[in-house]
Ligand binder design. Structure first.
Ligand SMILES: [Zn+2]
Length: 276
C-alpha cells in the first residue's frame, strides 16, 4: 500500500514531467474513482488548463492548475501509480512499485487520464480501483506531514495521551504519511515496542523515534518504497531480527498486523501487542 515515500515518488514524477503541459482532454468516465463528480465534470474543469504545481501532505496529493483553476486531488488508494507519457511516447511511473504484479498491465486499469496537447498524458493506473480523483480535496483533517514535522511537534504528538505508540504513528490526523510497514520499520529502528503507551515514552525514546522516522523516510524515498526497509523482509513467521538475530514476534496493534524484535522492542511499561 502506498505510504508517504511512494506518494512522494509519484509527486516528484508529476513535478518533473507533467507540469505546464496543456490539457487537451480528460477521461473521467470512471464514476467510482471520480466520485462524487459526474462524468464530464472533471473534463470541463481541467481542459485547456495546465498543472502548475504538485503538492503532497502525508498520502494525500494534489496538483494546482493554471488560471485559478481548481486543485486536482489524486489519491493512490491501495496500489495506484501515476504514469506520465512524454510527447514522444516515453513512459515514466511513480507510486506503488511493480514488484507484486505478475500480469501485464491492462488499459482499463487506467482509471483517470489527462491527455496533453503535446501528445503525451498522465494516468492514474490502479488495478485495484481504490484510488480516487477529486477536485479541491480536503486536507484539513490531516496532521503535519511526516517528512516536515519538527522535532518539537513530533515529541508532543508522540507522547500525548495513552494509546499504543504504533497506533499514534498510524493516526493520520496526528501525523500524516506513516502506514503499517513504515511504522514497524521506525519502531524497530528506534528499539521501541509497538505496544508501548505514548505516555510511557521518555524524551530520549521520542527523540530516537524522530531520528528513525527521518532516516526511514529518506531511505525509503531513495530506494523506491517502504518495502525496502531494513526489517521488512523479517516480518514473517520464522523471521529473525536483522540487528540482533532474535526471533521476530507477531501481533496486532491499532488493528494492524505488527512485527517486532522479541529482544530489543520490549515495552518498559509491560504493554504487549494483542495476540502475542
Ligand atoms: Zn533485535
Amino acid at each position: 500500500m502506498p505510504e508517504l515515500p511512494e506518494v512522494e515518488t509519484a509527486r516528484r514524477l508529476i513535478a518533473d514531467e507533467a507540469l505546464h503541459r496543456r490539457i487537451a482532454d480528460v477521461d473521467d468516465s470512471d464514476t467510482f474513482v471520480c466520485r462524487p463528480h459526474s462524468p464530464g465534470e472533471l473534463r470541463a474543469a481541467l481542459t485547456g488548463r495546465t498543472l502548475t504545481a504538485a503538492r503532497r501532505r502525508g498520502k494525500a496529493m494534489w496538483c494546482e492548475t493554471s488560471d485559478d483553476g481548481p486543485d486536482l486531488g489524486i489519491h493512490l488508494g491501495m496500489g495506484g501509480r501515476i504514469v506520465v507519457t512524454s510527447p514522444d511516447g516515453q513512459v515514466a511511473w511513480g507510486g506503488e512499485p511493480f514488484r507484486r504484479d505478475a500480469q501485464p498491465p491492462k488499459a482499463e486499469w487506467d482509471r483517470f487520464t489527462l491527455r496533453f496537447a503535446d501528445g503525451g498524458g498522465l494516468a492514474l493506473f490502479d488495478k485495484r480501483r481504490l484510488g480516487r480523483v477529486r477536485l479541491n480535496p480536503g486536507i484539513d483533517a490531516l496532521g503535519p506531514d511526516a517528512a516536515e514535522v519538527t522535532p518539537a511537534q513530533f515529541r508532543d504528538l508522540i507522547t500525548r495521551g495513552a494509546v499504543a505508540v504504533k497506533a499514534r504513528l498510524l493516526d493520520q490526523s496526528r501525523i500524516a504519511g506513516v502506514g503499517n510497514l513504515l511504522a514497524d520499520e521506525i519502531l524497530w529502528q528506534a528499539r521501541v515496542s509497538p505496544a508501548a503507551r505514548t505516555d510511557s515514552l521518555r524524551r530520549q525514546d521520542a527523540d530516537r523515534l524522530y531520528r528513525a522516522l527521518e532516516s526511514a523516510l529518506r531511505s525509503a524515498i531513495g530506494r523506491g518504497g517502504v518495502h525496502t526497509g531494513d526489517v521488512i523482509a523479517a516480518r514473517r513467521p520464522g523471521g529473525t531480527c536483522p540487528r540482533c538475530g532474535a526471533e521476530m514476534r507477531h501481533g496486532t496493534v491499532g488493528g494492524r498486523s505488527t512485527w517486532w524484535c522479541s529482544r530489543e522492542q520490549v515495552a518498559a511499561d509491560g504493554q504487549r501487542p494483542a495476540g502475542s
